[in-house]
Design a binder for this molecule. Structure first.
Ligand code: HEM
Length: 328
């Protein structure tokens, strides 16, 4: 779905770019207004990105903010609207017999169209379709909102890190007009900062699993059927893998040769049910953050101990992320 080389990926890049521009234009209006909680601005951006990705119906993205509380009603309406368009397109394509498979594929812009294909082929039913959409709406919006907001805090609170990022990002946009999947890999330091923030404040801080069989963890016997909570946030602060674990130090991720266990750092989970949106999430965070850093200087008077992480479905800063924006 969100794979390199598909038309969906190219469109995703485009929609992230457009939404980042809208976000930066809105942040422009906050310059000169002192510190404010940045999260509602980021929430509008990440919600529009995910609704665009799923439905490709941008104006309804706005409606989503109001309707999230009645998620199913909202999802059903979006599905109904997109289904009508999908059926219309299908009719047009079957009338146009000359249209080849490739050009038909290119018209499939929304993730939901792929699911509608499966529905019409009888592989899934209406309920399964809605569940998939709900999962994507939640997993693909709140997680990136948290990730981007926490990262902006650390960029504001650590001016030396901000300077290094500005240098990398100025060079990047000096060389490239547009971010692409390939050139985004050059934003190495930004990636380290994003990872270090996910280490300290993982968007998904705890996961639940049911033991499928008996097994042992250290001295503990776990019986089949036991429900298990995996504390990602605690795992990420194990001093064996991350010395001085509470210190914010993006450079830890610069050195690839550190001999840590492959499951010591798992912000996107690991194994068969890991996050299928992780590549998309990294692209989204890189594009949105790099655009902000390119345009603004960030400051904060908030101390780290005032942030009060709150363990809900995602890890939220209870007191908000209060930042001051000035133009560079
Ligand atoms: C910083 C951003 C993100 C983080 C940290 C994150 C993290 C995770 C984690 C830890 C899980 C496993 C949860 C569990 O098993 O209980 C998960 C699952 C999932 N994520 Fe993400 N995610 C992010 C962004 C996204 C995005 C952008 C999308 C969609 C575009 C997405 C789609 C999904 C889906 C569909 C699942 C369920 C996979 C399954 O159950 O097989 N995620 N994510």
């Amino acid at each position: 779905m969100i794979c390199e080389g598909t038309s969906t990926t190219n469109d995703s890049r485009l929609l992230i770019k457009n939404q980042s521009n809208i976000l930066c234009n809105n942040l422009d209006k906050m310059v000169g207004k002192g510190e404010f909680d940045v999260r509602s601005h980021i929430a509008n951006c990440t919600l529009d990105i995910i609704t665009d990705l799923i439905f490709n119906l941008h104006p309804l993205g706005k409606e989503a903010t109001k309707c999230l509380k009645v998620l199913h009603g909202f999802t059903n309406k979006m599905i109904k609207d997109r289904s009508e368009l999908y059926l219309e397109n299908r009719k047009k394509s079957s009338n146009n017999k000359d249209e080849d498979e490739e050009s038909r594929g290119k018209k499939k812009l929304a993730f939901l169209d792929t699911l509608l294909d499966k529905l019409h082929e009888g592989e899934i039913d209406q309920t399964m379709l809605r569940e998939e959409v709900d999962t994507f709406m939640f997993e693909g919006h709140d997680t990136t909102l948290a990730g981007i907001s926490w990262t902006l805090y650390f960029i504001a609170a650590y001016p030396d890190v901000q300077k290094k990022l500005q240098k990398e990002i100025d060079n990047f946009y000096g060389e490239n007009e547009e971010p692409t999947l390939t050139n985004l890999k050059k934003l190495i330091y930004l990636e380290c900062v994003i990872k270090e923030v996910q280490r300290l404040y993982p968007s998904v801080a705890v996961m639940g699993r049911l033991a499928a069989e008996d097994f042992k963890v250290g001295p503990y016997e776990v019986k089949k059927g036991t429900s298990i909570s995996i504390m990602i946030s605690a795992l990420h602060r194990d001093p064996k893998n991350f010395p001085d674990p509470d210190r914010f130090d993006p450079d830890r991720f610069l050195t690839e040769d550190r001999n840590i266990h492959p499951y010591a750092f798992i912000p996107f989970s690991a194994g068969p049910r890991n996050c299928i949106g992780q590549r998309f999430a990294m692209i989204e965070e890189k594009v949105v953050l790099s655009r902000i850093i390119q345009r603004f200087n960030l400051e904060t008077t908030q101390k780290r101990e005032e942030l009060e992480p709150s363990l809900e479905l995602v890890l939220r800063p209870l007191n908000g992320i209060r930042l001051k924006f000035t133009h560079r």
